[in-house]
Design a protein around this ligand. Sequence first.
Ligand code: MN
Length: 739
Amino acid sequence: MPHIASGLTESEQLALQREFRRLMKALPAPLDETDKKNLKRAFDLGLEAHAKQRRKSGEPYFFHPIEVARICVVEIGLGPTAAVCALLHDVVEDTDVTMEDIKNEFGDKIGHIVDGLTKLDGLYNVPSEQAENFKKVLSTLVEDVRVVLIKIADRLHNMRTIAPMPKHKQLSIAAETDYIYAPLAHRLGLYNIKSELQDIILRIQEPETYEEIEQKLTEGDLQRKRYIREFIKPLKEKLDELGFDYRIVGRPKSISSIYNKVKKKQVPFEEIYDLFAIRIILNVPAEKEKSACWLVYSILTETHQPIPERLKDWITTPKSNGYESLHTTVIGPKGRFVEIQIRTERMDEIAERGFAAHWKYKNVNTQQYIYENWLDNIRDMLDDTHKDALEFLSDFRTNLYAEELYVFTPKGDLKVMPKGATALDFAFAIHTDIGYHSSAIKINNKLVPMGYKLQNGDQVEIITNRNQKPNEEWLRMTVTGKARAKIRTALKDSKKKQSEDGMEKLERKLKGMKLDLEENVDMIAKHFGYNSRLDLYYDIAIEHFDLVHLKELEIESGKVVIATRQLPRTSVTDTEPSTSPALGKDMVQPRISIGGEDAEQYKYALATCCNPVIGDDIFAYVTSNAGVKIHRINCPNATHLMASYGYRVQKAEWVTSGNVQSVVNLKITGVDSGPGVIERVTNKISSGLGINIRSLSIEGREGYFEGKVSLVVSNKNQLNMVIRSLKNLQGISSVYREN
Ligand code: MN
């Protein structure tokens, strides 16, 4: 008898050893010596380290890691390394054993995985903290997916044994599981685990509904079994006759999936519970899989009417988590629907065990690239440093549940994209460089806008141009994490480059004023209300900041000082003339209330930097010498004005609702320029909508064009109508208001 770890009774220790032996037996034999040694040492270490801990139920804590290891092996199909890591997964978190100890004892590989598991442990009350943590773990996922698989096993066991926990704790664990672990299990193809998690979540969140469905299911059980038996009888005879090696299993629907259907489709419970489901699993060699499955399909549909729209062929094009199967629904006796899945043993194992089983069959007729694709996508999302953790998590979740569609390259290669992805997303999915330089896109040989939403089966051709580069607008035309991350990085780089120009300009100017750049720039930025010198440089470069304003600075012995008594006198927009030159004499000034009072009309003017029209959200800005200017809330100058001269900003509202004419500038981009476009645009605006065009220019290159239209509109509704109808014109990709 080995020594008994203090804190455990002899019989408890024996029970733990029994569980461990059960785990060892579940592992695929023969185990190599290192694995055997590591497993034994992990068991001894865990036994000792957790000896004094107990679970809420009162049983020794170490039962939990052993059971997690068993789930990894039996239910997920992982091997001995994962089992060792699972045995150790709570050791560092909960006991005196350190990460160092683990690495010394078991080597770097196991150390690395256990490290990842340790980081992810525990519940986080602050969502951002939880998200930050989760992001960390995902970076481990792209290196070794086992971290996440073991974590899912850990969560599954905790959910299975949640009953002794206080109710509020159960609810918060359920919520976290629902938010991230169930979707993750889904994405990794662990369908059984996902359903079980969701069932437990439902039992915690809505115990009464859960029990009701459960009871109804048990009540109808016998009857359902009898029906299925009758249904499959002729099918069995036929399959036997053809000499198939097969099994047919009834497929009870999970309680949570029934609940979701009732809730989502608003159908009565009976209708769903009446839905029968079976799975036909064939044992055939790899090369005959596809034809065998379709043969069974044709046998089945000879006797039963199929519902065509319910046919799903996941064999020809597997789902991106590797799922393969042929689905159909037929009308059975008494007019009832029977859902049927046809697949092979190999497909079944992948469906049950997901990612892990996929590895086992890596070399057999699989679509490894689909995983690679997905992992690439996660890597790209992780690279996107501009996003905060919460945003990341929500993007990641969308990605977990995103359905996919299948599109083709001009050479006929299949590419899996998430549903909702655009043509431009596709360009970035092919290659970052192709994305950067996309100038026009053809779908099935026809030019389309870059923001075109991909459809199943589209053949996509990207036309590139070395001079093309990403602009802000591209963010509105992409949805995938990869494309958006790359575009953001490119925009940031170009801002940086432009800022360098701005810095040089400022440096030259300051030299003339005998001021040193480095010594004064932060003071200058602060004086003009910029958060960073980079922002100041950038505004100088794009001429949003006029260096003339440097004259306002107070200088004492070669240094800029902050004016303490004197308020800054002018702002960027102060130098505008007081009446907008865009407005002719015949145009009436709209009436506006400022600070809650109807203002005298000669006292204010519409700012020309953003050209507000009636209906826009606006504010008033009191300039020092040019009266009051009315800006749009989303004017590019607004943030700067409000941040630096908040005391000069007043609330403003439109009083006039009638016919006051304002000039607005629209920017239009599209494909397939040529005389047709100008004509279509002018026709739509002038004849179609009866609106005056003041100017229109369109510039095209290689099938892509950009244009500017200056129009006179009475209010925002009219403007929106113009934008909407232009967007609907053939060949137009985007229409937006300038500034
Ligand atoms: Mn645990």
